[in-house]
Design a protein around this ligand. Structure first.
Ligand code: AHM
Ligand code: MG
Length: 342
């Protein structure tokens, strides 16, 4: 007896049927992203062979310079989306400024979507063969069609997103996305080269199991964040209780994905090492907002400790934010402690 096999292509087409006015542009943009993900996945799978086949910074047999994986992934994403006519502007964690789409053919200059991505998040983990991920989000452009998109097109709040997703290069490669109609996960079948629907309609479990944070920074967190951390450990209870199990990979997509499937919370509060100038680490546009949008559509929640991540209107491309993300009740609890104690 075979269970029904649904490819990502079939799934997206089925979803598109719900919107008879859809032109197919959005669907094709998702395919472009999936193809970029397959190319990056293939390269990541060979990363451990660097010493044998040539490492970044060395020269390969063809006399070409080997590229670092994050540079390779960044260029792959840009290349796959520059000439399709679907994207008007891109912003990537790897580059200071936006990537305006100015193709040779002016007819292609009017792409109506904005593509924001972090090509390889957690890339410092690659050398130790730890999972890494790609994070992306798609917005509709605000500037008029027919010309390259603008920075303002990229500085939209998460609420206005059309879709968001991530690719996890783990023990298998998975693509998880939502276009606001359920969160769906696909696993790459390597011999077919196809993403197959493996996790339809993902919902965060009602009972959280894991907490994920780099607790070595605890002393630098605000009093509210510290207190919340104690609460998760069961230390705010009168009775001796065991808190959530701690799990921290240090690779955001992997940490988020585990909590999405098994229930839990990831938090990366700001550091108050200099209380006048608290510093956050994670990026709003490339990391927090897309995962926040996915969490929201899976029944979870994402906050900077004071408000929904999706309500923040970015003012800079590389803006950073504190992030509490995952189980809705726990994220709200964090907001409560931060509201009361700062
Ligand atoms: P990156 O964008 O430079 O890769 O940094 C983001 C990564 C996340 O994947 C992860 O959650 C976090 O940084 C880990 O930071 P830390 O090493 O401080 O715990
Ligand atoms: Mg990153």
């Amino acid at each position: 007896m075979f269970s029904k096999i649904i490819t990502m292509e079939q799934h997206i087409l089925e979803q598109e049927r719900v919107y008879p006015e859809a032109t197919g542009t959005f669907t094709n943009l998702l395919y472009d992203i999936a193809l970029a993900a397959k190319i990056i996945s293939r390269e990541i799978r060979r990363a451990g062979l660097g010493n044998i086949l040539g490492e970044a910074g060395t020269v390969n047999v063809q006399g070409e310079e080997q590229m670092r994986l994050d540079v390779f992934a960044n260029e792959t994403f840009i290349r796959m989306n520059s000439y399709t006519g679907r994207v008007g502007v891109m912003a990537t964690e790897e580059l200071e400024s936006i990537v305006s789409i100015v193709p040779d053919n002016p007819a292609m200059a009017g792409g109506k979507y904005v593509l924001i991505f972090d090509p390889v998040d957690g890339s410092s983990n690659i050398a130790a063969n730890v999972s890494v991920g790609t994070i992306f989000s798609i917005y509709r452009r605000k500037s008029p069609l027919g010309a390259p998109g603008t920075v303002e097109d990229c500085l939209q709040p998460g609420r206005d997103m059309a879709a968001a997703g991530y690719v996890l290069y783990g023990s298998s490669t998975m693509l998880v996305y939502t276009a606001g109609n359920g969160v769906h996960g696909f696993t790459l079948e390597p011999s077919l080269g196809e993403f197959l629907l493996s996790h339809p309609a993902i919902c965060m479990p009602a009972l959280p199991r894991y907490s994920s944070a780099n607790v070595s920074y605890e002393r630098l967190w605000s009093p509210g964040a510290q207190r919340f951390h104690r609460y998760l450990q069961g230390m705010e209870s009168e009775k001796p209780v065991v808190g959530l199990s701690a799990r921290y990979v240090g690779s955001l997509v992997a940490d988020f994905h585990r909590n999405l499937l098994n229930g839990g919370i990831f938090y990366y509060p700001s550091s108050y090492a200099n209380p006048v100038n608290p510093r956050a680490k994670l990026r709003l546009l490339y990391e927090a907002a897309p995962l926040g949008y996915i969490a929201h559509h899976a029944g979870g929640y994402a906050s900077d400790g004071t408000r929904s991540i999706l309500d923040i209107v970015p003012t800079e491309l590389h803006q950073r934010t504190a992030l509490f993300i995952g189980d809705r009740g726990l994220v709200q609890k964090a907001e409560g402690y931060i509201h009361d104690l700062g």
